[in-house]
Write a protein that binds this ligand. Structure first.
Ligand code: ADP
Ligand code: ASP
Ligand code: MG
Length: 320
């Protein structure tokens, strides 16, 4: 049987017609190799932000059911557009919404959890040689009402579908070519991390690195699906998130809200040189702390004051 490839493209990767062409090129290259291809898409660019803003302009009390009915439209637009493009390029493609793809969730609007996926429609379309393009971020609840999975939730759709289809990996394409030692858009001289454990990535995501939705990492770990993050715009090798455990290697710094930072790495609790270095940095900068916690794979520090990016830059330079 042909291998099933699950590829997810984020909002910035499908932002306009030109970018859709780039995504289409990646997809057709894989399809041409004889693979079965399932694509999961986000809404284009800042569509979801815009829809939330517009709903709030209409009402000070937006119904959570109707908000999900509205937000799910963003992904329906991007998937239909990609399917139109692929058909135009001569490829058999079909777009499926969450309910058409059999994605069932609980009824926790705006933060729903996937309960099960009935893959029969997806499998039928794949067997008919279609490229199956599925809306990320949405499903239906027991009342057949539309739900959404929380901001950034298309990653979770992709990994859940990869698990349900028993795919070997799940590829997440975005505007960065992997997971870095800090947010490469904010901090200079960051380095790409070739491999991360599920646990490290989960800590990173829940501490605020938006490169992957944290629930997608949970699902990846539960069903043993390696997650590979790559760029839509270059051919660089990405980052693989899997079971690999490397002790004592500091992986990344992440900032959550305005005054909490975390440093992530398996076995960080035993990395005494690093702990000393961080304490030295805090003393040198006269930073006041509200909390300092050390866990197996994470050190989290809550400062009394706002931590500006230049401070993170300084700490990043010391550590990496
Ligand atoms: P998409 O729209 O494709 O889902 P996101 O915007 O959700 O992409 O996630 C990618 C962004 O995550 C990057 O543009 C980057 O600014 C941010 N990011 C934050 N921390 C990191 C990190 N440690 N490594 C890589 N990217 C990071
Ligand atoms: N479109 C949704 C959001 O902007 C889901 C996603 O992009 O993953 O949060
Ligand atoms: Mg995202």
């Amino acid at each position: 049987m042909e291998e099933i490839m699950v590829l997810k493209f984020g909002g910035s990767s499908v932002a306009d017609n030109e970018k859709l062409q780039l995504a289409a090129k990646r997809i057709t290259k894989i399809y041409d190799k004889g693979k079965k291809v399932v694509v999961v898409l986000s809404a284009q660019g800042n569509t979801t932000d815009r829809l939330i803003k517009e709903a709030n302009e209409l009402s000070g009390n937006v119904s959570s059911r109707e908000l999900d009915a509205l937000l799910s439209c963003g992904e329906q637009m991007s998937t239909a557009k990609l399917s139109i493009l692929l058909n135009y390029l001569g490829y058999p493609a079909i777009s499926l919404t969450g309910w058409q793809a059999g994605i069932f969730t609980n009824n926790n609007n705006q933060n729903a959890n996937i309960i099960k996926i009935d893959t029969s429609r997806i499998v039928k379309e794949l067997n008919d040689k279609k490229i199956v393009i599925i809306t990320g971020f949405q499903g239906i609840d027991e009342n057949l009402d539309i739900t959404t999975l929380g901001r950034g939730g298309s990653d979770t759709t992709a990994v859940a579908i990869a698990a349900a289809l028993h795919a070997k990996n799940c590829y997440i394409f975005s505007d960065v070519d992997g997971v870095y030692t800090a947010d490469p858009k904010k901090i200079e001289n960051t380095k790409k991390i070739p491999k991360l454990s599920y646990e490290e990535m989960q800590e990173l995501s829940s501490e605020g690195a938006k490169v992957l939705h944290n629930r997608c990492v949970e699902i990846g770990e539960k069903f043993k699906i390696p997650i590979i993050t790559k760029s839509t715009f270059n051919e660089e090798k990405g980052t693989m998130i899997s079971d690999t455990i490397e002790e004592n290697k500091v992986k990344s710094i992440v900032k959550k809200e305005i005054s909490r930072i975390s440093i992530i790495g398996n076995g960080i609790i035993r990395n005494f040189d690093l702990i000393e270095l961080i304490i030295g940095f805090i003393k040198k900068n006269n930073l006041e702390l509200l909390n300092f916690e050390i866990f197996e794979s994470k050190i989290s520090i809550l400062f009394k004051n706002i931590i500006e990016d230049n401070k993170i830059q300084e700490l990043h330079k010391l550590i990496f």
